[in-house]
Design a binder for this molecule. Structure first.
Ligand SMILES: *Cc1c(COP(=O)(O)O)cnc(C)c1O
Length: 385
């Protein structure tokens, strides 16, 4: 996946670690959702909030659009404005951009100027958007978010009842998507999925037409009845397993390789790293790699994480520090571990989910914390669907 020349560019040589992101894999992952959607008459969107979960929307969003994606979701207005610029540079069309976090007081005009669709999360949002549409003289597109059991964003049951009883509240605005969000979709056996599905169907039965959207990455795998009109996959596009406990159906997207700065062989047993939380035995070989928690490499991997030299696994020993980690390479063939060589911190044998599990977190958090000091290489992506 990594182009060898790219790994030896001056930038890569200067960097302590190289992050390679495979845009073809992102496109392939989106197509998997698009095909899944097609079988139930739906379409697939793509969630690119937090700059494509830390992988950089500047690269990921065009790759998704070229793969055929016409519907994007972001969290904030600023992300929407940035995405409109990114997409504007590659197409004359205007793919839809939906903003999950909705209206902010006084920001209505931003949505019109940049062609963004607000997700209305409260009655206040609905009334404000309606008032704005009336003033603007045009029914402008918006989405409506129904809380079906997550207690986060969206209209609760009482607010929904008020909308249903006073249908004129929705007159004068153009309802595009009615959405809800699943709280436990990654666990197919959780009864909350069916409960939320039932509540969503109940709400839709009382609302004016338009399209509906319920499923995130994992939700899409719960079955066609969860698909409605638009899928909203995010994490799985970037390689996170949407079906934990079962093999990952997604292509791996990223590889993070950290560089060996120095290797020492221990003569007399001694501590490794801050706090001497690991004692190296005489004869042990310790490699110091140029990555740390300032790069988003979790400190919780102290004495817990693993890296790979080729197919050989090595343990992180001692604490992860700001710019460095220390790895026990006593059992690693010397030809694979010399100063200047790279180890897989995230790679084919230790994918995002595995590293996240060792760190006591989830792939989502690991991705969105990926640091800014890595030399980033983007491969693929330059094709049409
Ligand atoms: C982030 C988000 C998604 C995408 O979820 P994934 O689990 O990353 O697929 C979908 N819908 C909403 C409302 C979200 O906030």
């Amino acid at each position: 996946m990594t182009d060898d020349a790219a790994l030896h560019s001056p930038e890569a040589r200067r960097a302590g670690a190289v992050l390679t992101i495979d845009l073809d894999a992102i496109a392939a992952n989106w197509r998997l959702f698009a095909n899944q959607a097609r079988t139930s008459g739906a379409t697939a969107g793509a969630v690119v909030k937090a700059s494509s979960y830390g992988l950089d929307a500047t690269h990921a969003a065009p790759a998704l659009h070229l793969a055929g994606c016409e519907t994007f979701f972001v969290a904030t207005i600023s992300e929407g404005i940035e995405l409109r610029e990114i997409l504007g540079a590659i197409t004359d069309a205007t793919p839809a951009i939906h903003v999950f976090n909705g209206l902010m007081d006084g920001a209505e005009r931003d949505f019109v100027e940049h062609g963004l669709t607000p997700v209305l999360n409260t009655l206040g949002d609905v009334d404000a958007w309606r008032a704005f549409c009336i003033g603007y003289g045009k029914a402008l597109a918006c989405d409506l978010h129904i809380d079906t059991g997550m207690s986060r964003l969206g209209l609760d049951a009482r607010e929904l009842a008020q909308i249903i009883d006073g249908a004129e509240r929705l007159s004068g605005l153009k309802l595009d998507l009615t959405i809800s969000h699943l709280a436990s979709a990654e666990d197919a056996d959780d009864p909350q999925n069916a409960y939320q599905l039932g509540r969503f169907q109940g709400a839709l039965a009382h609302l004016p037409g338009g399209r509906a959207s319920l499923a995130n990455s994992s939700g899409a795998f719960l079955g066609p009845e969860y698909h409605f009109d638009v899928l909203r996959p995010g994490a799985a596009l970037y390689g996170v397993n949407p079906t934990p406990g079962a093999p990952n159906p997604m292509a791996q997207v990223l590889r993070l390789q950290g560089k060996i700065l120095q290797i020492r062989t221990i003569d007399t047993p001694q501590g490794v790293g801050y706090g001497s939380t690991h004692q190296a035995a005489a004869g042990a070989r310790i490699a110091t790699l140029s990555v740390g928690y300032a790069d988003g490499y979790p400190r919780s991997l102290s004495n817990a994480g693993h890296v790979y030299f080729g197919e050989h696994r090595a343990s992180i020993v001692g604490r992860v520090s700001m710019d460095l980690i220390t790895v026990d390479i006593t059992d690693i063939p010397e030809a694979l571990a010399r100063p200047g060589m790279l180890a897989d911190l995230i790679g084919p044998l230790n994918p995002v989910d595995a590293v996240a599990a060792e760190a006591g977190t989830i792939g989502y958090e690991l991705l969105t914390q990926l640091g800014s000091r890595y030399h980033r290489i983007y491969t693929g992506g330059g094709y049409a669907s």
